[in-house]
Write a protein that binds this ligand. Sequence first.
Ligand code: GLN
Length: 493
Amino acid sequence: MSDILDLGVKDIRDGVAKGDFTAREVADAFNTAVAAASELNAFIVTTPDHATAAADAVDARREKGEDLGKMGGVPIGMKDLFATKGVQTTAASHILEGFTPQYESTVSQNLWDAGAGMLGKLNLDQFAMGSSNETSYFGNVSSPWKKDGTNAAMSPGGSSGGSSSAVSARIAPAATGTDTGGSIRQPAAFTGICGIKPTYGRCSRWGVVAFASSLDQAGPMARSVEDCAIMLEAMAGFDPKDSTSLQMDVPAWEASLDADLKGKKIGIPREYRMDGTDEEILKSWEQGKEWLRDAGAEIVDISLPHTKYALPAYYIVAPAEASSNLARYDGVRYGLRDLPDGAGLQDMYAATRAAGFGDEVKRRILIGTYVLSAGFYDAYYTQAQKIRTLISQDFSAAFGECDAILAPTTPTASFPLGENQDDPLAMYLNDVFAVPASLAGLPAMSVPAMLNADGLPLGLQIVGKPFDEQGVLNAGLAIQQRAGFDAKPEKWW
Ligand code: GLN
């Protein structure tokens, strides 16, 4: 069944609808591939029964001539940040180990309603904090890719590293991701797949374990722009249960895909030429401009003057919100409880949180609590919020001159697991190109461009105007058609 494993969302949906194969055959093939790929450590738990039950339901609907749904017959991986009813949901943290939600997140429910099934819950950086998938309580995730001539395990990026690893290894045709400051785009770039973070508010945050609520957005990760368009349509939509949900109809992104960019202006932000950016990344950016020009777009220089303040502002705003959101893990309501003999309530809180949170999560809580504390609030948090506004204004001004922005997704290609672990600042730098769009709530996508000299994938990022996922997808499609990226990692797992 190795041919089935090469199929993406559209191929599977259309093939099932036409009767080329059954949804059950597809689910069986991916369930088998997932079970055989434990070396990647991409899944925290597998749910083969969920995938087969959903597939059988789709096959039964087909028998009756009923509509199969936008994702009919497509088995996917679910980042373990989405609450799934009756299936353990951990955010890759010990503190949530054993937590089995009584409810389903809106995004996952939307996917099941569209005919998708679940292969399992995907590993991630703990509470989605990280850029390498090394902060999970359930162990590192390996990328299926290797640097040419070496055997070291490489990072799949983070925090959606289980998602990127599984989709690039072809043990899942697609997966959900979440992006607070790059966690869909950076892992997509590291593994040669596509991923789109929609406009803030497009996908409901209800039932998604909260990291930084003003930034968190769900989105699809898949191997083509078309597959991302299809899956995003299924995931998105107004949800009264999320107060920041957009009250807008979901556009027909798939049907409106169009790689002809005639009349479109693509902006190149000059401040994204940063010291430390790898030469090959800069080359891929140049190549991206050529591709978009070839698709009919005009390339224009733009300025986003406050870019250099984006990362420091993000690392104040995101930990501040996280420290508040994570206060709910107290040993009373969810998962772990550490109750030393004779201990009181405060001791239980402290013991549970000390035992349950990983080091990176504790670091963020400490930073967040500090920047929100009475003496420092204005010096840090208020300043960071002001910078956030300036960054949004930079984008608004730039979008007076262009329709979308082209930039690299990351400053480097993937690195070996362990390499950046002792230096949190080096790790935070991974998101330098991703974070500005997050702070401004803009739709942004990573599309694979090429392999570097070491045989590792490089991604290009397109950032769009608010609500213009279509423009982002269309530019992504233009790149995809010209890049012809069809490299596959060699199977070693
Ligand atoms: N890597 C960034 C961080 O650690 C972004 C994470 C994310 O988008 N969830 O905060």
